[in-house]
Design a protein around this ligand. Structure first.
Ligand SMILES: C[S@@+](CC[C@H](N)C(=O)[O-])C[C@H]1O[C@@H](n2cnc3c(N)ncnc32)[C@H](O)[C@@H]1O
Length: 284
C-alpha cells in the first residue's frame, strides 16, 4: 500500500457494491446501502466508472465483488446458526456488515482487522458521515506483513477459546505466499474447534481465458500505481494443500459451476460470472 494512504482497492470494492445496487436489476446479490456514503466526495466518479458500456472487467467486478461479500455473509449467517458469536473480518476495508448486521444475527461480536492507514481513513469517514460505530464492533489495527494476526487479536476482546468465523475477502493475493502460509498457520493455531475461515483467491493467469491475458499489463500497472500489486495466485489443489498443511481439519472449495447455480443463475444480470476468482472455506 502507498505510505499514508488508505487501500485504493478497498475503495474500488465499495464502489462496485454501490454500482451493483445502482446499475444491476434486483434481486441484488448484496444490498450495501452504506458503500456510496462512505466513498465521500469522489463517490459519483468512482461509481459511474462501473456503469454499463465500460470495460468488461469493471462490469465483471461490479457483479463478482458484491457476490464475494454475499458469499461471506451467507457463511457468517450459517456460523451464527451453529452457535458462533465472534466474527473477525481480516482486511475489512469499507466492509459495512457491522453497520447492516441483520437483527436475527444478535449477540455477534465483530472484530475488524485492517492496515492502520485504511482503518484510520474508514473511521474518519464514519465520523464525517455521522455514522456511529456499533457497540458490538471492535477495530484492531494490523499490518499482516509485519505483525502477527494472533498478536493483534490477543490485544483485543477476542476470545480464542470460543469459536469464530473469519472473513478474509479480497486480501490474500496482495500478500506474499509466505505471509499467507504464516497467517493460515497462526489462525489454525489460534482458532477454537468449530471455527472457520472464508476467503477468496485468484487463479493463475495461464489457466484463464485470453481476455484476462489481454488486460493483465494494464491492470497490473494500475495496481502497482495504487501500491497494491497482486503477488500470488493459487490453483485450487494448491490452496487446499496449503490450508491442510497450515493445520485446518478440512477445506471446501466450491466449483465455479456450484457457485454459478446457487448465486448467479437466479439473478437477472447479463454480466458473466468472473472466471479469475475462487472461493474457499477452511474448517478448524
Ligand atoms: C481489496 S481490499 C478488500 C476489502 C474488503 N475485504 C472488501 O472485500 O471489501 C484489500 C484490503 O486488504 C487490506 N490490506 C492489504 N494489505 C494489507 C496488509 N499488509 N495488512 C493489513 N491489511 C492489508 C487493505 O487495507 C484493504 O482493506
Amino acid at each position: 500500500m502507498n505510505v499514508g494512504e488508505p487501500s485504493h482497492t478497498a475503495i474500488q470494492v465499495a464502489a462496485c457494491r454501490a454500482a451493483h445496487l445502482r446499475f444491476d436489476p434486483a434481486p441484488h446479490l448484496l444490498e450495501d446501502r452504506f458503500a456510496e456514503k462512505l466513498l465521500g466526495a469522489d463517490a459519483e466518479r468512482l461509481i459511474t466508472s462501473y456503469a454499463d458500456g465500460g470495460s468488461w472487467i469493471l462490469l465483471e467486478n461490479r457483479l463478482f465483488l458484491p457476490f464475494r461479500g454475499r458469499f461471506g455473509e451467507d457463511r457468517i449467517a450459517e456460523a451464527h446458526a451453529a452457535g458462533v458469536r465472534q466474527l473477525v473480518i481480516l482486511g475489512a476495508g469499507l466492509d459495512s456488515f457491522a453497520l447492516r448486521r441483520p437483527p436475527e444475527l444478535g449477540g455477534l461480536r465483530i472484530f475488524e482487522i485492517d492496515h492502520p492507514a485504511t482503518q484510520g481513513w474508514k473511521r474518519r469517514r464514519l465520523a464525517e458521515c455521522a455514522i456511529a460505530e456499533p457497540e458490538e464492533l471492535e477495530f484492531v489495527e494490523c499490518d499482516f506483513e509485519t505483525t502477527s494476526i494472533s498478536e493483534a487479536l490477543r490485544s483485543s476482546g477476542f476470545r480464542p477459546q470460543a469459536p469464530a468465523i473469519v472473513s478474509w475477502m479480497g486480501v490474500v493475493y496482495y500478500l506474499e505466499k509466505e505471509t499467507v502460509r504464516r497467517a493460515l498457520a497462526e489462525l489454525a493455531g489460534l482458532l477454537a474447534p468449530g471455527s472457520a475461515v472464508v476467503l477468496d483467491y485468484q487463479l493463475p493467469l495461464v489457466d484463464l481465458p485470453q481476455r484476462y491475458h489481454d488486460i493483465f499489463a494494464q491492470q497490473s500497472a494500475y495496481l502497482l500505481r495504487s501500491g497494491e500489486p497482486q503477488v500470488n495466485r493459487y490453483r485450487p489443489a494448491e490452496l487446499r494443500e496449503a490450508i491442510g498443511v497450515a493445520g485446518f481439519a478440512r477445506a471446501d472449495l466450491p466449483t465455479r459451476e456450484e457457485l454459478h447455480q446457487r448465486y448467479f443463475a437466479p439473478i437477472a444480470s447479463q454480466i458473466p460470472m468472473s472466471e479469475r476468482f475462487g472461493m474457499a472455506m477452511a474448517w478448524r
